[in-house]
Each structure stands twice: as structure tokens, then as C-alpha cells.
Write a protein that binds this ligand. Sequence first.
Ligand code: GTP
Ligand code: MG
Length: 199
Amino acid sequence: MKITNAEFITSIAALSKYKEASARYECPEICVAGRSNVGKSTFINCITGRKKLAKASVTPGRTRLINLFDLNRGALVLADLPGYGYAAAPKSERQSWAKLIEGYLGTSEKLKRVFALVDIRHEPTALDKQMLKYLYAYNIPFNVIATKADKLSKSQIHAAVQTVSTSLAVGRDDIIVFSSVNGTGKEEVESVLDSVLSI
Ligand SMILES: Nc1nc2c(ncn2[C@@H]2O[C@H](COP(=O)(O)OP(=O)(O)OP(=O)(O)O)[C@@H](O)[C@H]2O)c(=O)[nH]1
Ligand SMILES: [Mg+2]
């Protein structure tokens, strides 16, 4: 599915608000997760073709709420999750992040697919592994999006995908090499959206 229309629905700071918001739509939901500054908002802007839809932050750790977006007028809802692992965040904030996200993943019945973003240049962190553990625990299908691929050469990408695959114990076929700068991987993401819609 190509995303031809995308609109911001609402921002959510508490799980009760998510329940209220999600009761208002019937369509499947997808979400974008990953550590702070990995490129979640930029990924959303890229796949929706909207430069400023999800505010891409210069300062990491800016998206602290779950932001919901409508895609193609009721076809899908996309959730932009707040980033984890922002070192400068106070402990209380990190705890509220964990509570909100774990609650979200555990209760969102409409959630059909997670795009778990990792930076292709870095070995996945303990928190990335924790994120995948949640996904396995809640039985939520996901794709790993190895983003910022424009920063590496072709041969470096090959090696980096192997590192991500080994480190996260996911098959290479479940990893989409992506770049918001040059659009690498966008078509693969669009075909994932097709499979989400065909369930
Ligand atoms: N070169 C390159 N830079 C990228 C790419 N994606 C994101 N960036 C840059 O990475 C930085 C962080 O991007 P964001 O999209 O704000 O990251 P985020 O994951 O939403 O961050 P939080 O909301 O803080 O969790 C920005 O400076 C982006 O321009 C990419 O594919 N290639
Ligand atoms: Mg963001």
C-alpha cells in the first residue's frame, strides 16, 4: 500500500487515553518503535511522504507521547512510540516510558505489526533486545528496520545486516534495510503494509 494520505489523530500520554482513542476506529494498527534518535519520526515522514507529519527532532528524546496517525483515510492507524534509551532522561521518565509501552503492546488488540527500528551502524542495544522480547512475549509480528543505510557502503550494509541479524536472533529476511534520505526500503515497507491489510 502506498500511503497517499496521512493525518495526525492525537497524542497519548496514558494508556486509558489510548483505549479511548482506539475505540473510535476499526482498522488495523501498526507501530514504529526504537531507541531515541534512531529515526522513527523521520521514517514516518518518509513512508507517508509528508516532511513534517511526525516532528523529527534534532534533540533526541523529544517524542514522549504515543502519536497516532490515520493512513489513507481509515485504512490503517500508525502509532509513533516514544523512543527508549535516552541517557539524559530522568529515571522517572524512563519508568513511565516502560509502563506506557508495555501497557500499549499488551493491550492493543488492533496492533498487527511493529516496525522495530535499529540504527544500521550500531550493534543493537540491550533495550533493543528487550523490545523484541516484549514483541515475542505478546506474539506481535514485527519487522526490524535497519535505518540510516545511506551512511554505509553496500559492503558495509551487508556486514551490518549480519550483525543485526545475529545480535537480535532474527532472520535476514525479517530485516528491511532502510534510508529516509534516499528511500531505500520504502517499497518493502509498502508490501508489508499490504500483508497487514490482507490478514
Ligand atoms: N542520514 C540519515 N539520517 C537520518 C535517517 N533517519 C533519521 N535521520 C536523522 O536522525 C535524527 C533523529 O531522527 P528522528 O526521526 O527525530 O528520531 P526519533 O527516533 O523519532 O527520535 P525520538 O523521537 O527522539 O525518539 C535526525 O537528525 C534525522 O535527520 C536516515 O535514514 N538517514
Ligand atoms: Mg520521534
